[in-house]
Design a protein around this ligand. Structure first.
Ligand code: HEM
Length: 380
């Protein structure tokens, strides 16, 4: 009897050890799948999620019972993006702060109603710069071993907090990297956001006027004070897009007036939490709404990309892509920024990169007539 029990026990032990490595992953939680991938190396790459189904892409309560706010634990990672931090705090993303790109696409569609192509554009761009293509995992904040074995240097796999990629200078609520941690919320800086809303926005809200003024101020301020300011592609696009995001996606979808109250702004930026009873946008919001708003704030205060060589010494770089040159920025990301981290990838790594580059172009081509570019030998 004892012998029989021991055999059964051994069989269970064997199963338990074998299961994560060899059995189907179906039925495991996102966290378990992420841990599995982090342990076992190269991951299969799921296709990006489809758009929300017609009839399920409208107004919806974001803080439903399945998505309560929970303060992040000491090991949970948060980073420079107030939206993704909020989604992790509400469980739309794994609360660890480590996620697959397709999970992030789903989360921003579900919780904020980003249009599918726009969500994919943001996510796959960031993933190629900051994620781990071998394990298909990315940290929404600092670099972590939870994203698994790194590909060889000069790949960074630094997470969204990695300065000089998506993260960059002139942020609205974070200091420039020259002055401190560029991913940490900075109350003094955010007070300026509120002050500009009070001074320029309708009824003290963060609206398109306040956005234009604050965005302009941030660049001028960094030109005056940051000797290492870098304001070139791809940062110029993320800086200007992020400036308009709050007055779209952070405004309750039932109101949807492009005027963000200071209370709602503080809830997202400072508390990384949905305002109580918050509804997402009433329809998916994509390039065709965001880009004209970016155009409005740019046209009020146009700028040329450039870099500081010492404070108040902004050297124009007119040969780098301008904010208005979307396809130029796409091409620059694909042919310059990504190969700088992956100059000669092995075949496995190259396939993973090519797959993600394909997802990025699929997102771009819906709204822009860019020509696809290929930094590596093609796998298709
Ligand atoms: C969908 C994928 C997204 C990714 C990968 C992403 C990533 C990032 C990153 C890396 C930053 C830091 C940039 C910096 O300021 O240096 C950032 C900032 C920001 N993100 Fe996101 N983000 C995403 C979606 C969103 C959405 C849907 C919103 C909606 C409101 C949003 C709002 C913002 C804002 C307002 C900032 C600026 C923070 C500041 O300047 O202080 N993001 N995001």
């Amino acid at each position: 009897m004892l012998k029989f029990s021991a055999i059964i026990l051994l069989a269970f032990v064997h199963l338990a050890v074998a299961l994560p490595a060899y059995e189907s992953l179906a039925g495991l939680s996102d966290r378990e799948i992420n841990e599995f991938i982090a342990r076992n190396g190269i991951a299969t790459i799921p296709d990006p999620p489809a758009p929300l189904a017609a009839g399920q892409d409208g107004l919806k309560l974001s803080v439903d019972p399945a998505h309560p706010f929970i303060t992040p634990g000491p090991d949970d990672i948060r980073g420079p993006c107030p939206a993704l931090n909020t989604l992790a705090n509400h469980g739309y993303l794994p609360r660890t702060g480590v996620a697959r790109p397709d999970q992030i696409v789903t989360a921003v569609m579900e919780a904020l109603n980003l249009g599918n192509d726009f969500a994919k554009f943001l996510v796959y761009q960031a993933f190629l710069m900051n994620g781990n293509p071998l394990t298909n995992l990315m940290s929404i904040g600092t670099k972590t071993s939870l994203t698994g074995q790194d590909p060889p240097t000069p790949a960074l796999v630094g997470g969204l907090s990695q300065h000089g990629t998506f993260e960059g200078d002139t942020s609205m609520s974070r200091v420039d990297a020259f002055f401190g941690d560029p991913a940490a919320f900075n109350q003094t800086r955010f007070n300026n956001f509120l002050a500009f809303s009070t001074q320029y926005g309708f009824n003290g809200t963060y609206d398109i006027n306040a956005t234009a003024e604050y965005r302009h101020h941030l660049l001028q301020d960094s030109i005056q004070t940051n000797p290492e300011l870098d304001f070139t592609a791809p940062r110029i696009l993320s800086a200007y897009s992020e400036a308009v995001f709050p007055l779209v996606y952070f405004v309750d979808g039932r109101l949807n007036n492009r005027q963000l109250t200071q209370a709602a702004a503080s809830s997202f930026f400072a508390n990384q939490r949905f305002p109580a009873d918050f509804y997402r946008q009433p329809a998916p919001v994509t390039f065709d709404i965001i880009e004209p708003m970016v155009g409005t704030i740019f046209n009020k205060y146009p700028f040329t990309p450039g870099m500081n060589y010492g404070t108040n010494n902004y050297v124009l770089m007119p040969d780098t892509p301008a904010l208005t040159d979307f396809c130029g920025i796409y091409t620059d990301i694909v042919l310059r920024v990504i190969p700088a981290q992956y100059p000669s990838p092995s075949s496995e790594l190259r396939q993973a990169l090519n797959t993600n580059l394909g997802f990025l172009f699929d997102a771009v081509k819906v709204h822009h007539a860019c020509t696809q570019v290929f930094p590596y030998e093609r796998d298709d």
